[in-house]
Design a protein around this ligand. Structure first.
Ligand code: XBP
Ligand code: MG
Length: 256
């Protein structure tokens, strides 16, 4: 599952011209930001005797800065701390935040987005290779994926540990593609945010966006399609389930 493991066999074309689906984690596979990461950041601040607390609105604005450590450093610098001091305090706070969040994962406090387990099960049943490209930290990403979706569910997992250039940089997507031994046009990315969409597009991928409360007002120009959630039950254009994904893949394969 790590990038040190042998590369997986080249995925077959199980979804039209596509050989793999690459999922983002935060906000896409899991509902992790408002009641997860935000809470862990605030606990780390409290433990360190720092008075700052991020409420849901402020945290929503801070999500424009990807990566927890960069987010803290940006916040500290914006409230006047010298940059070098902000960077080193951010590193220490983020180490503790990562431990706290990993503990929340172990305690079962982070849930998949509704409809995601069903989509992953259907992709497995149809033999589609699924992978992950995230800017999150490996220490919590890997236990979270194992706990919620089962061990070995994803053929490749690239986190900030393997690729420190964070989204909107395309590096994490490029690493997944290269490890699969496929071309960018052969993969579909599933993202929740404009930063993630930019990363996927810059890597040359087709990108579907499934927005959430924090991201639904963002600019998704360049997305192949935008959905409001996962699962069946709503109008086809509003929810992403396996049938919608297969219909998209088939239409996009005949158009190519
Ligand atoms: C997620 C992030 C992460 C998380 C916090 O963005 O930017 O920083 O908010 O996790 P994406 P860490 O969904 O685009 O990957 O504290 O581990 O960075
Ligand atoms: Mg995301």
């Amino acid at each position: 599952m790590s990038d040190l493991s042998p590369p997986p066999a080249k995925p077959r074309r199980a979804l039209g011209r596509f050989r793999a689906v690459i999922f983002d984690v935060d906000g896409t596979l899991v509902d992790s930001e408002r009641d997860g990461h935000r809470v862990a950041f605030n606990r780390a601040f409290a433990e360190a005797g720092i008075p700052d607390r991020w409420d849901p609105e402020e945290y929503g604005r801070l999500l424009a800065v990807t990566g927890g450590q960069r987010r803290i450093a940006h916040h500290l610098a914006a409230r006047g701390m010298p940059r070098a001091e902000a960077a080193s305090l951010a590193a220490a706070l983020h180490r503790r935040k990562t431990e706290i969040f990993a503990e929340m994962v172990r305690a079962g406090e982070i849930a998949p987005r509704q409809g995601v387990p069903e989509l992953l099960d259907a992709l497995r049943a149809h033999g589609v290779t699924v992978t992950v490209a995230t800017t999150g930290t490996g220490a919590w990403v890997r236990p979270l994926l194992d706990r919620l979706f089962g061990p070995e569910r994803f053929a490749v997992v690239v986190t900030a540990d393997e690729e420190p250039a964070l989204k909107p940089d395309p590096a994490a997507y490029r690493m997944v593609i290269s490890r699969l031994g496929i071309e960018p046009v052969e993969a579909i990315a599933v993202e929740d945010s404009a930063n993630g969409l930019r990363a996927a597009r810059a890597a040359g991928l087709t990108c579907l966006v499934v927005s959430n409360d924090y991201t639904s007002g963002q600019d998704f120009a360049g997305a192949a399609a935008v959905f409001g959630g996962f699962g069946a039950g709503g109008p086809r254009s509003e929810r992403l389930d396996y049938a919608a994904l297969a219909a998209f893949a088939s239409a996009s394969t005949s158009a190519a």
